[in-house]
Design a protein around this ligand. Sequence first.
Ligand code: SF4
Length: 478
Amino acid sequence: MNFERDSARAVEDKNLQRALVNVTDRFRAARKRASDETPGWDGLRNRAREIKKQTIAHLDDYLLQLEENVRKSGGHVHWARDGEEARNIIIDIARRNGVKSVVKSKSMATEEIELNLGLEAAGIRAVETDLGEYIIQLAGEHPSHIIAPAIHKTRHDISELFAEKLGVPYLSEPQELTKVARERLRDEFLGAGMGVSGANFGVAETGTIVIVENEGNARLTTTVPRIHVALMGIEKLLPRFGDLSLFLPLLVRSATGQKTSTYISLITGPRRGADKDGPEEFHLVLLDNGRSGILANPETRESLYCIRCGACLNNCPVYRKVGGHSYGWVYSGPIGAIINPQLMGIDEAPELPFASSLCGACRDVCPVKIDFPKVLLELRSEVVTRKEKTGGASALLESLSFKFWRAVVTHRKIYELALRFSYYAQRPWKTRKARGGGLRSLPYPFSRWTDERDFPAVSETPFRERWKKMKRRDGGAP
Ligand code: SF4
């Protein structure tokens, strides 16, 4: 991944810039309207945060309770330490049942473990059935938003893509494009031997998994094929069924501003007795893949409270300019900036904790009030400490510069002396009075600062002296 390079490209992409503003503005306005209309919205967020905090603190107990209840309802539970193990479990289930093709509903966890690649390598066809995911699968790309995976594509892009990949004429109307996708996917549902979904929540008390969606494709994925496999990150737990009455409205209103989503599927085990539909086999794969490591760190543990609503992305000034692909992995925006380095290993994504202005807009909209600035600073500190240990001369110089800077700004006398020194030191260059004077550029390595920012002139008379003068002149408080 190379955040600096990819974000610079994204900023130059006019289509992407238009699409990002259009879609995120729409989501932001809808979330704001929904939260304003919900009495006690902030109190609901506090309660949700408290429940997630308790759940994550006792995750081991709740996971065992979930496992027991899924088994009691006739389902199978599998534990996957990492992506490879999760892929192998799912492929193994497919092979044992002679499955040749799989339909999938939208799931960031399956993106995380690159399930489609694994299935393909095992000779099993995987077809995405969420419209956005279907589009990016045809394009051979990755999602660029947690809930709107094809946010970066314009209608024209999709028309061309369908014409090229599906052999249909160029269709400019979204309804026509959707109709084509629906016809193709209907056959896939009917022919698939297995459906793979994610899970928005898993309820420990009942062994139920909950899937929230608007298109009905997840409902078909989990009921039409003979086998249903759900892949769920271990942090997606809720202790009680009753908690859904809090989390479902929070999730949907934060994500799209709807009062409720079009479909909410509550799945407790496979088809039983007089059930008219549903799979004959139900498997729940519980994915760790680095989550236990996050759990072990009390400073960043709250990253696991996330319910993947996407609100932080829509409100982030960085995401809104650089889009999702700049983050180099499945999760993007503020949640990607904190979770990717922790799941992948901080050495794989050292730039991401710095991909934030620390404005706190993400924390203000997050339904579980994740304290992003705190977690980002913690991760930044980890990156810097590692760099100091392994980064050689430039890292050492950077670290010494900041230590020097700290010593100066935390001691008044030294600070005053430094200002005097700076004033006299920059006098030889102080020729651009009309532009405010001062240095316009510094030699390397300080040029990395002045290339991007002004280095304003240090005033001959410091502010505190001017303040004293004003007080004397005005005979008291200025
Ligand atoms: S971090 Fe909060 S705002 Fe962002 S996706 Fe997760 S729950 Fe939503």
